[in-house]
Design a protein around this ligand. Structure first.
Ligand code: ADP
Ligand code: MG
Length: 435
């Protein structure tokens, strides 16, 4: 029995039978790809892989350490995609650099206005390594797809047989320190300067680290000079990263700097549909819309939500419907929206429909006012914790029965009037993304 299988059996003792059968048992250990400091497992789908990654990688690493006395990095990859795409074995895949995620490919990346520019830039670089924009610098907020895009190019290059190094600044730094300590700096330099493509994630962590900036500068110059493609990501524009040497900053801006913005509602919907397809989860349009409005901008939350829905429905033997989804996501929604108030919502509705907040809250009965008021009331009810009497007071209505009557009316409209429903979704999305 391989050490990987032994570790999984040890883990069996520590989890429930359901969890073992549903998640742990699905893993397979790749004895060929694993080394003394890297343990490679495959999961059949992202649900299993996410579940394992969020709960068990540390435990698995610990069990390996107990068994063979040295630390290992645990990698969980997707079996299907690895098989299908026959990723060539990377010649040098040691500690200090990570494997590319095989599901981070262009086909799985949904394009919308928010990420179109970055997508086009990375795509064209992937077609002409080193010739177009070098370096390509992508920046944007957390969970907007920077790593995914960068690795999509990496996967293309790797499939062409190129030597691709993907690393975060943190891993680059650790690797550097390790080689300094072992007095093997030539090996470090050879490794990073002899690759065909260098992908470095989260460049902002270079900030104020002078030693590594110096080393990075020379790596950069060597690669660039040899026409090798470099792709970098960061959470902000190079100009805005403080504590960065001027020469590095100017090198970063020298190629092309492309930003990624938070996704619009339609892009979020496309992403959710895509993730459902990959994970073989079926959700109705209503649920997909709901999730798209619940998550703000961080796309990473989508995968978490899908695994959560899947796990709950399996463990509790319940089909996933809208009410179930709302219950499962309740805490998440409240946390995301703790700072939303009726004032903020009314102001946004007012701005969008060009009607004063005071009018929305008045007793006016004109068609436009009633329309705006209904939308505001509905969104306040959905997004805040205010009770019906509080809503009644805020919107100048007689009492909670008046609100309950209005909400009933709105629900009928949502069911029968597609335009009204779209307007509500649109505004809800706008309000939650700005909060
Ligand atoms: P970042 O590096 O910007 O923090 P990631 O690239 O890690 O973000 O993306 C977070 C998650 O969201 C990943 O699972 C990624 O696949 C997914 N994701 C982000 N943007 C998209 C998109 N446009 N289409 C499909 N998946 C996306
Ligand atoms: Mg990232």
């Amino acid at each position: 029995m391989s050490i990987g299988q032994e570790v999984l059996l040890l883990l069996k003792e520590e989890v429930t039978e359901v969890e073992y059968n549903r998640y742990i048992k699905q893993l397979t250990y790749d004895i060929k790809k694993s080394t003394s400091d890297l343990a490679v497992f495959y999961a059949p789908n992202t649900l299993v892989s996410n579940w394992i990654k969020s709960k068990y990688t540390q435990k698995i690493a610990h069990l390996f350490e107990v068994k063979n006395g040295s630390k290992v990095t645990v990698s969980i990859s997707l079996k299907d995609q690895l098989d299908k795409r026959k990723i060539k074995k990377v010649t040098e895949q040691k500690a200090g650099q990570s494997l590319l995620n095989p599901s981070h490919i262009f086909d799985n990346f949904m394009v919308g206005g928010s990420n179109q520019f970055a997508y086009a830039a990375v795509k064209s670089v992937s077609e002409k390594a080193g010739e177009l924009y070098n370096p390509l610098f992508i920046y944007g907020g957390v969970g907007l797809g920077k790593t995914h895009l960068m690795q999509a190019a990496g996967n293309v290059f790797q499939n062409q047989g190129k030597v691709v190094i993907y690393t975060t600044v943190e891993q680059f730094l650790n690797d550097f320190i390790r080689h300094v300590r072992n007095k093997t700096m030539e090996r470090f330099q050879e490794k990073y300067r002899k690759c065909d493509v260098l992908l470095i994630d989260d460049i902002q962590f270079l900030s104020n680290k002078e030693g590594i900036q110096e080393e990075f500068f020379h790596t950069f110059e060597a690669l660039k000079g040899a026409g090798k493609q470099i792709i970098l990501t960061a959470d902000k524009h190079p100009k805005k990263i403080g504590g960065l040497e001027k020469r590095l900053q100017s090198r970063f801006e020298h190629g092309l700097v492309a930003d990624i913005q938070p996704p619009e509602l339609e892009t979020k919907i496309a992403i959710i549909e895509n993730k459902c397809e990959i994970n073989k989860v079926t959700l109705t349009k209503d649920i997909i819309n709901y999730i798209a409005t619940v998550i703000e901008s961080n796309v990473r939350e989508i995968e978490g939500i899908l695994s959560k829905l899947h796990a709950y429905s399996q463990l509790m033997h319940i089909d996933i419907d809208l009410q179930f989804t709302k219950n499962v996501l309740k805490d998440q929604v409240q946390e995301n929206r703790a700072n939303l108030t009726m004032d903020i919502i009314t102001k946004s509705v007012s701005k969008d429909l060009n009607i004063k907040p005071s009018e929305i809250r008045s007793k006016g009965r004109s068609k436009n006012l009633v329309y705006a008021r209904r939308i505001a009331i509905y969104i306040c009810r959905e997004l805040t914790q205010n009770t019906m009497p509080q809503l009644a007071q805020y919107f100048g209505m007689k009492d909670h029965t008046a609100i309950s009557h209005t909400l009933k009316k709105i629900n009928e409209l949502i069911e029968n009037d597609e335009d009204f429903k779209v307007k509500i979704d649109e505004l809800t999305n706008k309000i939650t993304s700005n909060s």
